[in-house]
Design a protein around this ligand. Structure first.
Ligand SMILES: CC(C)(COP(=O)(O)OP(=O)(O)OC[C@H]1O[C@@H](n2cnc3c(N)ncnc32)[C@H](O)[C@@H]1OP(=O)(O)O)[C@@H](O)C(=O)NCCC(=O)NCCS
Length: 183
């Protein structure tokens, strides 16, 4: 099956942030992001460094649509990552019969928490997607125990419609219509 589209723009700027593809200079920051036990607490735990290095080797050469590094607009330092992908029908947690909904996910380095960075980045990406793509459901899945993420889900305007079990944990399924982010 042809992959359903996600947002096609490769770069976006906001008041404080630059959303852009991965670059070689992001290596240490992204290794930290994927191996930090606190960041990964509700994401299945830290990933092995070697696996992260291998993933970055790939990402530095091949741009993956819908995947963004969140960087500081002034310094270009990597603060985290944001993804707007399609949720495979093979995993639980859907709001449509066919699955493949647009799914938002995000992770920030520990020192970027508590500054509204994830909110600012997610709002910009969702707004851009709402101006590029047809109206449709957008979902976000996060562990109910992940208080910070649950707060962000609500602040962004998603409505939690269901909880379900995945990865031996309770997950919340939030949903919104894409056009609600048009602004
Ligand atoms: C989930 C995660 C991105 C939330 O980060 P966050 O910084 O709390 O989220 P926001 O960007 O919405 O920022 C909100 C916080 O910034 C504060 N803030 C400071 N300046 C702000 C500003 N200018 N605008 C908005 N909020 C601001 C808010 O008061 C709030 O802090 P509080 O919750 O302590 O009251 C972060 O905890 C994380 O990366 N976790 C690990 C990865 C993860 O679990 N991802 C979920 C999988 S989808």
């Amino acid at each position: 099956m042809t992959a359903l589209p996600t947002l096609s723009v490769t770069e976006l700027t906001t008041e404080r942030l630059l959303l852009r593809p991965v670059s070689a200079a992001d290596r240490e920051g992204l290794v930290e992001l994927f191996t930090d036990p606190e960041v990964r607490a509700y994401l299945g735990g830290p990933r092995p460094r070697a696996a992260v290095e291998q993933m970055l080797d790939h990402l530095e050469t091949a741009h993956v649509p819908g995947s963004y590094v969140i960087a500081d607009r002034d310094t270009n330092e990597v603060l985290g990552g944001l993804w707007l992908n399609r949720r495979s029908p093979d995993v639980p947690g859907h709001v449509t019969d066919d699955g493949n909904e647009l799914e938002l996910s995000y992770a920030l380095r520990r020192n970027a928490w508590g500054k509204g960075v994830a909110f600012e980045a997610a709002t910009a990406i969702l707004r851009a997607a709402a101006h590029e793509l047809p109206d449709q459901s957008v979902i976000v899945v996060t562990q109910t125990a992940n208080t910070r993420s649950m707060k962000l889900v609500e602040r962004l305007g998603f409505r939690v419609v269901e909880t379900f079990e995945q990865f031996d944990a309770e997950q919340a399924l939030g949903t919104a219509t894409l056009f609600s982010f048009r602004g």
